[in-house]
Design a protein around this ligand. Structure first.
Ligand code: UD1
Ligand code: CA
Length: 452
């Protein structure tokens, strides 16, 4: 039985932000959300989040059936924070203590830590740092057994030389916490109730302290300022890029891709530089993404090509589509196989059937377009009268001449042709040619005006 505590009451002064620190993102996801997601992975079916600064915002963001919020109105230290949760812990549970501003700990690392806990043992996650300044130091006896943690501000010069530091993350039986925490005092350099003081209590109580260490120091790094946030963001992105390459994706430069969500890619996908993926994005086999594309919550079918500087959101593309450069597919765009959307074309709620083309400078909104349709350069679906949105329908094999305005609601039947420059306000029937533009007059022998 596992209860997981996430400490998230601190202010985060050094972020210089109106947003509570734990709600700042890494990889597009709030820090404390990373922690909660990992907690769920290790089987924490009961999450307790200690909130204080910005409590309302944190609670709003993190509300879930398996989460309970515990208010720490005044932040009197990490030990005090855990004390607030004592009434909510289940007596025979193992308690894992995590920090809302330490986002990238691996579930496997925590699993190993938890496995060390028993009635006579607790687990402590430590790491060795070249520059341990500011951290709590791990004090060991002559037999290398951990006997205490000393905070930097309380450490002797000799203790300050210790490189092994406390990450803050630990796992311990609830009944031990129930026994030790009420005995904490704040008689120390910072006048705080230190959670770290329970280590010496455990030792005195005959509980042995088992140490676990993470694979990478970034796993236990916290975020206190924007620089640390940026550093962990890069580490996170590097990991994501690695995962993609291991899965067979070609990244032209793994240091120039940003994934803020879940990117799933098929075989032989190629992603050029400076692309951003947000939310859930699925790329089929053989998809090529050229430089500087932004793709959000979309699905792109096999062998489709997204050319440079395209922006795609909440859209679904079937196989063999050819998009951009400089295309913008807005929410509700659904393209069948082999559709071509060219440069400076914007689509929104546009359902386009197989093999149709919108190649240049168009706006296609609230439209259903059949197969093999050619939409000429500069065509606009006039879907908005200032109050209501209306629909444009275009049948299979229609040809829309350049610079046409299709004033919705309007239906262009299959096989009909629209003359270039037309303003179309009436439906057409199959095989019609519709021309709606003023007639050309040629005036013979026209003499140009002369300067007076
Ligand atoms: C703490 C540890 C230190 C460790 C370091 C790792 C203690 C006494 N010290 O120090 O040994 O090396 O973390 O980063 O535990 N928090 C609350 N309520 C409080 C105080 C803190 O929720 O009253 C939360 C903060 O929001 C933060 C975390 O606990 O997420 C750590 O608090 P912080 O003040 O940063 O602890 P440190 O002094 O860095
Ligand atoms: Ca800290």
């Amino acid at each position: 039985m596992l209860d997981i505590l996430i400490l998230a009451a601190g202010k985060g002064t050094r972020m210089r932000s109106d947003l509570p620190k734990v709600l700042h993102p890494v990889g597009g996801k709030a820090l404390v959300q990373h922690v909660a997601d990992t907690a769920r992975k290790v089987g924490g079916e009961h999450l307790l989040i200690i909130v204080g600064h910005g409590a309302e915002k944190v609670e709003e963001k993190m509300a879930a059936p398996d989460v309970k919020f515990v208010l720490q109105a005044q932040q009197l230290g990490t030990g005090h924070a855990v004390q607030q949760a004592l009434p909510h812990l289940r007596n025979d549970a193992t308690v894992l203590i995590l920090y809302g501003d330490v986002p990238l700990t691996k579930a496997e690392t925590l699993q190993k830590l938890i496995s060390k806990v028993s009635d006579s043992q607790m687990g402590l996650l430590t790491v060795n740092m070249q520059n341990p300044t500011g951290y709590g130091r791990i004090v060991r006896d002559a037999n290398k057994n951990v006997i205490a943690i000393v905070e930097h501000k309380d450490a002797s010069d000799e203790q300050k030389k210790i490189n092994e530091i406390n990450t803050g993350i630990m796992a311990v039986k609830a009944k031990h916490l129930q026994k030790w925490l009420p005995a904490l005092s704040n008689n120390n350099a910072q006048g705080e109730y230190y959670l770290t003081d329970i280590i010496a209590m455990a030792k005195a109580d005959g509980t042995s302290i088992q140490v676990e260490q993470p694979d990478a120091v970034e796993e236990v790094e916290g975020i206190n300022n924007r620089q640390q946030q940026a550093a962990l963001e890069r580490f996170y992105q590097q990991q994501k890029a690695n995962e993609l390459m291991v899965a067979g994706v070609t990244l032209l430069d793994p240091s120039r891709i940003d994934i803020r969500g879940n990117l799933t890619a098929g075989r032989d996908v190629v992603i050029d530089v400076n692309c951003v993926f947000e939310g859930d994005v699925v790329l089929g086999d053989g998809v090529v993404i050229e430089p500087n594309c932004v793709i959000i919550n979309s699905k792109i079918g096999n062998l489709s090509q997204i050319k440079a500087f395209s922006h795609i959101e909440d859209s679904t593309l079937a196989n063999g589509c050819d998009i951009g450069p400089y295309a913008r597919l807005r929410p509700g765009t659904q393209l069948a196989d082999d559709v071509k959307i060219g440069n400076f074309v914007e689509t929104k709620k546009a359902v386009i059937a197989k093999g149709s083309k919108v190649n240049h400078l168009s706006y296609i909104g609230d439209a259903v377009i059949g197969s093999k349709v050619n939409v000429g350069a500069g065509t606009i679906t006039c879907n908005y009268d200032g109050v209501n949105k209306s629909k444009t329908e275009i049948g299979d094999n229609a040809f829309i001449g350049s610079n046409s305005a299709l004033v919705a609601p309007v239906k262009i039947a299959a096989n009909s042709t629209i003359g270039a420059g037309s303003v179309i306000t009436k439906n057409t029937e199959e095989n019609d040619l519709a021309i709606a533009r003023s007639q050309q007059r040629n005036i013979k022998g026209w003499e140009r005006p002369t300067k007076k």
